[in-house]
Design a protein around this ligand. Structure first.
Ligand SMILES: Nc1ncnc2c1ncn2[C@@H]1O[C@H](COP(=O)(O)OP(=O)(O)OP(=O)(O)O)[C@@H](O)[C@H]1O
Length: 233
């Protein structure tokens, strides 16, 4: 479904991702794990068109998307939930969700809201509340709900567990699994390697801009190097 081949991205003199290649097949949950600064967010931003690779290619459903603007990618079925959620703090929950359907015909808004509210009853209860007053977990749900309003084929999540209490992390991961079961393919960037690998079909490990290991979620969970570096032994 998605294929990244030989991506290289620089911020000025900093070579942030180096010869990065990987794939996400339809119906998979693929986890990209690694320490702070490894290049995970840069990789996602390159796929979603916010940054550009100087080399290689990126294809989504067989089409070269390396030069497609970010908003056109959403219309093609590729949605990203950015790190730190970035919801519109001054707007209500429902207005935020409506913004998520901006690439879609107006007629998709009502069924989209219904779908998202079914997945996130908490957002339905709070649909008139201003997003800035939501808790961190609720803002994460809103950011995910907003991305789902475009009815994506591939949902990319950047550190959905960041800053959340363990119970909320479990809830968010349960929702990710539910979305996957409902037919959404998922690319998940996480520092929480334990949680990410335990739900992942496959995973990749990034270190200082390179992909250094790959395997099924279970293989990586039981890999000695991964255990030492990311799972506390
Ligand atoms: N806007 C920027 N300008 C300069 N350097 C940047 C910029 N954004 C990221 N970098 C650098 O690029 C490298 C990769 O950063 P990136 O955010 O992709 O890492 P990450 O794996 O997502 O880390 P984290 O888990 O901390 O978000 C880091 O060395 C970072 O300092």
């Amino acid at each position: 479904m998605l294929s990244v081949y030989n991506a290289n991205v620089w911020y000025g003199a900093i070579h942030a991702i180096k010869n990065v290649s990987f794939e996400v097949n339809e119906d998979e949950i693929v986890a990209l794990i690694g320490a702070n600064g490894a290049g995970k967010s840069t990789t996602l931003k390159t796929i979603s068109g916010l940054l550009r690779s100087k080399t290689g290619s990126i294809t989504f459903q067989g089409e070269d998307i390396a030069h497609t603007p970010a908003d056109k990618l959403v219309a093609k079925g590729l949605a990203q939930v950015p790190e730190g959620r970035r919801v519109f703090l001054e707007m209500s929950v429902e207005e935020n969700l409506e913004m998520g359907a901006y690439t879609q015909p107006k007629s998709t808004i009502a069924p989209g809201l219904e779908r998202v509210y079914e997945q996130f009853p908490r957002l339905k209860e709070r649909r008139r509340q201003v997003a800035g007053t939501l808790s961190g977990g609720e803002q994460q749900m809103l950011a995910m709900g907003r991305a789902l309003m475009s009815n994506p084929k591939l949902l990319m999540l950047d550190e959905p567990s960041m800053g959340l209490a363990p119970i909320l992390i479990e809830q968010i991961f349960q929702i990710i699994e539910d979305l996957h079961k409902a037919g959404t393919t998922i690319l998940l960037v996480e520092q929480n390697a334990q949680m990410a690998l335990s739900i992942a079909t496959r995973g990749y490990v990034m270190e200082t801009g390179n992909i250094t290991l790959s395997g099924t979620g279970q293989e990586l969970l039981h890999n000695d190097d991964v255990r030492r570096a990311y799972l506390g032994g």
